[in-house]
Design a protein. Sequence first.
Lengths: 371, 185
Amino acid sequence: MIRRMYADNYKCLVNFECQFDDINLVMGVNGSGKSTVFDALRDIRDFVTGKSPIGLFKDSTLTRWQKRDLQTFELDVEGNGGLYRYRLEIEHERGEDKQRVQLEQVLYDGQPLYRSELGEAHLYHDDHKPGPDYPKDWTQSGLPFLGERPDNRKITWLKKWFKENLYCLQIEPVGIERMWSGEETELARDCTNFVGYYRHLIQSEPQAMISLFDALKDLYEGFGDLRLEPEGANVRHLYATIGIEEEKGRQKNIPLSFGELSDGERALIVLYTLLYLVNEPNTTLCLDEPDNYIALAEIQPWLVSLREKIEAGDAQALLISHHPELIDYLAPRCGLVFERDRNGPTRVRRFEAEGGEECLAPSEIVARGWE
Amino acid sequence: MRKRQVQLIVVCEDDEHYSFACGYLKAKRYSLHRVRSRISPRGCARDYVKRQYVLEVRAARKYCRMNQSETYGLIILIDQDTNRQPNVYVDLDAELNNAGFAARSNSDPFAIFVPKRNVETWVYHLLDAGRSVDEEEDYCKHQYGIEHPSYGKAGQAFASYDPGANCPLPSLRKGCEERQRIPSP
């Protein structure tokens, strides 16, 4: 779970620091830097997992009004019985759009596990005694190249967390493909590859998917199940089976292509699938505007389920939203307000409001700019 | 995008009231981006406005105290209806007292507009200031051809209306005094 994030000289984040709880609602006017925090998390994850080289942090990610060439990130991740601190410093050659890793460091409870500086890497064992030193390419993270060994389990845990437990998503149901070739072990940012990911889940988590069907049966009248039908070599087409009453007492099950469902229905299926991710310990689910496309009546039941799962388990949800349902439900206990003064750097503070029937609703306070 | 703080809250009985208020505010060059409305849903509109008044006064006093704001204003629109109804000003003060708050003082930026018999009476007069009107008469919008745009136009006329010595509507004269409570845009 992410407990703290620090970013400097990245878009509108300058000397930015934010503490996170198990569940947080990130609020703020348009352009206040909410999605930028998720962008930074996604970029760090893609870099650390080897998905993207350092070029991911283009010159255009530098803060426009800063002249400094150094970009810094720090992420405190709780898990595996301790607190990790991942630090990344990137030196930019402005104008040339060239970047190099100045420093990449992993600490565990303040003790070193890995440090690379200007092309020289130092590995430490789980007991923090110095391990091998070796030259390192300064355009890439050193972490993807570390194989798992009995004496480096701590750093391997962090690698795995970035790859398998950190999700930064913004569901775009319009773009979700109804069929997909092969399996996807990772969900794309906009969930367009949901069908491929669902195919992966049904193989690896068949029981969880049965629970998903139960949740969807509560949601859609006549819902039967989700089915993947072959459509050419290795391509699968996702169908939702819906029962339709033909005559009184007689029901016929009709397979509806995922593409035939409404945008809201597709978004809801993805949202309820994501609930099963938070069953997985150490998962951090960052969701940008999960309420988009969703009928008002459907938002709170999903939110309540999410909160119950977070509270019962060992996962984390960071949500961005402007929706009154989310604000009224979450802001008083875990709202974070992002703001920028005269388009300057993003600052964050806790949402504070009185409770009680005689007070304005939190969403009304936000709508008035009084938060 | 810059955070925008709402400057004016309008609490009223219906859409017609709100159109009237918007017409007034536009004429006074308030940005409607800084106005927030609380319009009664269908049902007992008078009770709704009374309840909201207490809630808004509580919020406003706290907000103004915390932010030392001199630009905040609250506008209440509520029809007096017939003489059988209790006086609205007295009624609203009593609501505050019952909720444990001090009654409206001269310095509170809370403007209370109480058209008598109702807002159509004001509209009928404001659209033609020479027209003779009576506060006891019901200027039913259908019977007197008061269309929806008329409310906004009447609100605009109200912004520059001078009651003078011959204003036939005491409630409108009182309304003109209430205008002074609304802070400048």
